[in-house]
Design a protein around this ligand. Structure first.
Ligand code: AMP
Length: 287
């Protein structure tokens, strides 16, 4: 496994594989890897592709007062995990290698970046859009894997690629969970014991709503159920509960006509957890 700290080095690696006619897949991460990241790597490795993972805690997607300084990091452990998983190259740059101090250009998604998480974290998706576009240009992969865990991020990235004609195939990968249902996240290590014990309520609320949707519950009923379920847990400081069209993130109301996604953002102490579930309308009984 090649560990590349410069753009020139990772480009040279990828260019040599291309010369051999290999497909190249990219898995962007911020490190402190867990089984969720490894599911992306496993998905990327299919059909003999060469796999590049990037590890970069991107400062431009963190707002004032957010957890950039305390974001968990362990690059040596990450590299060992990626090596074991058969990754071919890792791009592990310093901030100064990625961002020129004189840079003038950003990638700014519009309406989609201002709703949901974009409202809680203004500027977050501008940072995500800019770094992902840069990584696509640096690595020039054929495809890239992103987790459904960060559902809005996945929709934003699909939209950027479409809007800017970026020739990278985007693959969404289902969320990996702990045995008690908590969605895996690098931030979970920062939960205190009592918060960690309470946090699976997100998955419980979503799973119950999923069953209600199958029985024909309306959008507002599903949202109300999730809110009520979370309210039972005093440690859960609910930031937002939304139900949106699963493809466009447009608001939905009334009976579900097509797939919708329930999106949660809940604080436990200083840690903001997000989770989501795609829910489907009731299937009609065959006549
Ligand atoms: P991060 O390192 O948190 O920026 O995440 C890097 C990539 O891993 C993103 O595409 C995330 O959506 C994805 N990811 C994070 N957690 C999970 C999870 N529990 N299951 C699947 N993918 C995940």
């Amino acid at each position: 496994m090649e560990v590349c700290t410069t753009k020139a080095r990772i480009r040279a690696c990828v260019a040599s594989w291309r010369g051999d006619g290999r497909t190249v897949m990219l898995v962007p991460t911020m490190g402190y890897l867990h089984a969720g990241h490894m599911a992306l790597v496993a998905r990327a490795r299919v059909k003999g592709a060469r796999v590049v993972a990037s590890i970069f805690v991107n400062p431009t997607q963190f707002g004032e007062g957010e957890d950039l300084a305390t974001y968990p990091r362990d690059p040596q452990r990450d590299l060992a995990m990626l090596r074991d998983a058969g990754v071919d190259a890792v791009f592990l740059p310093e901030v100064s290698e990625v961002y020129d101090r004189a840079a003038q250009t950003i990638v700014e998604p519009t309406a989609l970046a201002r709703i949901l998480i974009g409202r809680l974290r203004p500027g977050h998706f501008r940072g995500v859009a800019t770094i992902v576009t840069k990584l696509f240009n640096i690595v020039q992969p054929d495809g890239a894997c992103f987790g459904e865990k960060d559902y809005q991020q996945l929709v934003v990235i699909r939209t950027i690629v479409r809007d800017l004609d970026i020739p990278v195939r985007i693959i969404g990968v289902p969320t990996e969970r702990e045995p008690d249902g908590l969605a895996m996240s690098s931030r979970n290590v920062r939960l205190g014991a009592a918060d960690r014990a309470a946090a699976p309520v997100l998955n419980t609320a979503l799973t119950e709503a999923e069953a209600l949707a199958r029985r024909g519950a309306t959008a507002s009923r599903l949202r109300a159920h999730v809110r009520a379920r979370l309210a039972v847990e005093p440690r859960a400081d609910v930031q937002s509960v939304d139900i949106r069209d699963a493809e466009t993130l447009a608001p939905v109301s009334g009976p579900l006509a097509r797939a919708a996604v329930l999106l949660l953002a809940v604080r436990f102490g200083s840690v903001l957890l997000i989770d989501n579930r795609v829910v489907h309308p009731a299937t009609k009984e065959p006549t």
